[in-house]
Design a protein around this ligand. Structure first.
Ligand code: DC
Length: 230
């Protein structure tokens, strides 16, 4: 059993916001694996590494220095470049969706994530945490919402976080959400799916407070079952 609260779900399901709040409420380390895929995709693209399996990609990954900072002010740094804010730009979402299909990229981040999750009880959030990274996590939760609700949330979030996305329309974001779902659920390696034994939460009609309460309740209950008091 690993001391990990694994939270998975599609883009814009609100899982990042809620996973972060859950970690804060319980005083636990929060690990955002989507930020890692985003940062890596950005760096690979910037260095003109083609989005395909290759020795070139392998060599590039082997030479990378990646640091996960565990706080908002410096969340992710690769080769000394602070990518905390860059990774929230809309174009990076598409890059991450493409590069995260590659087994070489996934296996590189899998190692990194497994090491990070070993030390203390943590909330780790992504697409494959409960299925691949920590299938024996003591608590697994799948958070989702309808594509329409997720597109609206994503648009609000983008407007808040990035000043480059003001010209994006709801229809464009909805289209992107649907396309990313298709890529995330159909990829050959670690597709997005509900992990065995996971608690399923559809948050389309739920307020944030309600989602947080349910996450806390589920985490505590699962913790009790394995003798972890959180
Ligand atoms: O959660 P997010 O939108 O920040 O994730 C960015 C991309 O990374 C998304 O296309 C899916 C991918 N991802 C993944 O494949 N596996 C993870 N554990 C986390 C994210």
């Amino acid at each position: 059993m690993h001391k990990v609260i694994a939270i998975d779900g599609p883009s814009g399901s609100g899982k990042s916001t809620m996973a972060k709040k859950l970690a804060q409420s319980l005083g636990l380390l929060y690990i955002d694996t989507g930020a890692m895929y985003r940062a890596l995709a950005y760096i690979l693209d910037k260095n003109n590494i083609p989005c395909e399996e290759s020795p070139l990609l392998g060599d590039f990954l082997a030479g990378l220095n990646i640091k996960y900072g565990e706080n908002d002010s410096q969340l992710i740094v690769i080769n000394g470049e602070d990518l905390t804010h860059t990774i929230r730009e809309h174009k990076v979402s598409a890059l991450a969706s493409e590069f995260s299909q590659l087994p070489q990229v996934r296996s590189f981040l899998l190692d990194f994530q497994r090491k990070l999750g070993l030390f203390e009880i943590c909330v780790m959030e992504g697409r494959d945490i409960g299925t691949v990274v920590f299938p024996d996590a003591f608590c697994k939760i799948f958070v989702t919402a309808s594509p329409e609700v997720r597109a609206k949330r994503r648009l609000d979030q983008l407007k808040e976080k990035s000043n480059t996305s003001s010209d994006l329309t709801y229809d464009q974001v909805l289209k992107d959400v649907i396309e990313r779902d298709r890529l995330d659920t159909n990829r050959l390696v670690s597709p997005l799916k509900v992990a065995e034994g996971a608690t399923y939460m559809d948050t389309s009609d739920m307020e944030e407070d309600e989602v947080l309460m349910k996450l806390i309740e589920t985490s505590r209950l699962k913790g009790q079952e394995v003798g972890l008091s959180i």
